[in-house]
Write a protein that binds this ligand. Structure first.
Ligand code: FAD
Length: 383
């Protein structure tokens, strides 16, 4: 296939950026991917930001498009339902499907990102550049503004595809000139990771489930890891984190509200003190595509539509954006303007819908799953 001569820049070497680079490279398009961090395969993950993703059929279909589905599944743990841990009662298992067969997959985000990075780098035509922070885009001049070890520079770009996450610098840059409605809604809740290590060399909880401790306005969840530990994530009002200022207060709080889990967390106070509190944001912006005389720029993944994580669909949605852009490029014979215009029209209603479902599911997970009425209704649905 003849190579496309336009300079295509992908901003962000996260899940979406790496998948899109691979898809475009396979299409014969030369791509440069700019990532602000150093190579994560050398630098290692940040403390308290391990995040394991629940990857569903949508995400797996996208990974299949670059031949990574089986590799991802080999490193995944299937979870066939929720294990709910009510306070003062025994845990109960709620299967995800009536036949008990369907599962979502617990996959390490860092590991998946590295597999996608490997795939991007191995694709002819793809160049990955680390420690390159994009600070803006000038679509009139067709320029990308960057800060790297060599200082501030500009580089030519005819097509800019921004997968630089929820706090996207490209989105900020496009919004600063007007013509882009950029709304970010933060929950009063934040999140913090903790760990349940293996017990006597085995999982301390059932690894076939996504564990939930619903506590009304707050909750904790836990997903299994391949090393037989669990990554727990607290979703609490930010003021609740601040209220627990000493190790003794942390211990006492967990023994009262999460007693079965507290017993399994020897490093609880240390993790709580040192792991950061992350924010939970929904991004609603429009349009996602900006046409200039020199370049066209488009937002994708969390940069276009970050959602709260309670439906486990952010990464799945980001992957679907990439597959859709690639598909539409094929359909339009490589016409970037038409492909990106169709991409935003088709994807926006879907991502708006999932953003609302994700917010609704927070109430379901932290509150409704433990109600006896809810359990009876679900059991009847599955009978
Ligand atoms: P990101 O993964 O955020 O990647 C952005 C990349 O851009 C990063 O590599 C970053 O370093 C780089 N970057 C940022 N700024 C710049 C810049 N200026 N210049 C250059 N590079 C830059 N999703 C699911 O599907 N299932 C789940 O179970 C799930 N659980 C989650 C749990 C939590 C606690 C959180 C916070 C999120 C969860 N998600 C989940 C959401 C998922 O992590 C995101 O939707 C997904 O990572 C989005 O991919 P992305 O590539 O768009 O952005």
């Amino acid at each position: 296939m003849a190579r496309d001569e336009r300079r295509v820049a992908i901003v962000g070497g996260g899940l979406a950026g790496c998948l899109l680079a691979t898809l475009l490279g396979r299409r014969g398009i030369e791509v440069t991917l700019y990532e602000r961090r150093p190579d994560p395969r050398i630098a290692g993950p940040e403390r308290g930001r391990s995040i394991n993703l629940a990857v569903s059929a949508r995400g797996l279909a996208a990974l299949d498009a670059v031949g990574l589905r089986d590799q991802a599944l080999k490193r995944a743990l299937p979870m066939h339902g929720r294990m709910v841990h009510p306070l003062g009662a025994g845990q109960n298992f709620q299967p995800y499907s009536a036949d008990g067969e369907r599962a979502i997959n617990s996959i390490s985000r860092a590991e998946l990102n590295q597999a996608l990075l490997d795939a991007a780098e191995a694709t002819p035509g793809v160049t990955v550049r680390f420690t390159q922070r994009v600070t803006g885009v000038d679509v009139a001049a067709g320029l990308l503004l960057l800060e790297g070890p060599e200082g501030a520079v500009t580089e030519r770009a005819d097509v800019v595809l921004a997968g630089d996450g929820a706090y996207s610098a490209v989105r900020r840059s496009l919004a600063s000139g007007g013509g882009l409605d950029d709304r970010q809604d933060f929950l009063e809740h934040g999140y913090k990771e903790l760990t349940i290590p293996p017990r006597d060399g085995d999982f301390a909880l059932d690894p076939d489930a996504l564990h939930i401790w619903p506590r009304g306005t707050a909750m904790m969840i836990a997903l299994p890891n391949l090393d037989r530990s669990f990554t727990c994530t607290l979703f609490w009002p930010k003021t609740d984190f601040e209220a627990l200022g000493t190790a003794a207060k942390v211990r006492a709080h967990f023994e009262r509200h999460y007693p079965d889990a507290a017993r399994l967390m020897p490093a609880l106070a240390d993790d709580f003190a040192h792991n950061p509190v992350g924010s939970l944001v929904t991004v609603r912006c429009w349009p996602w595509v900006r046409y200039g005389e020199g370049a066209v720029a488009a937002l994708l993944g969390d940069a276009a539509h970050a959602i709260v994580p309670f439906f486990g669909q952010g990464a799945n949605c980001a992957f679907e954006d990439c597959v859709e852009i690639d598909r539409l490029l094929g359909k339009t014979g490589g016409d970037w303007s038409r492909a990106l215009s169709l991409y935003q029209e088709r994807r926006k209603p879907n991502t708006d819908a999932i953003a609302e479902m994700a917010l609704d599911n927070f109430v379901e997970m932290r509150d409704r799953v433990s109600s006896p009425v809810y359990r009876l209704t679900r059991a009847a649905q599955h009978a």
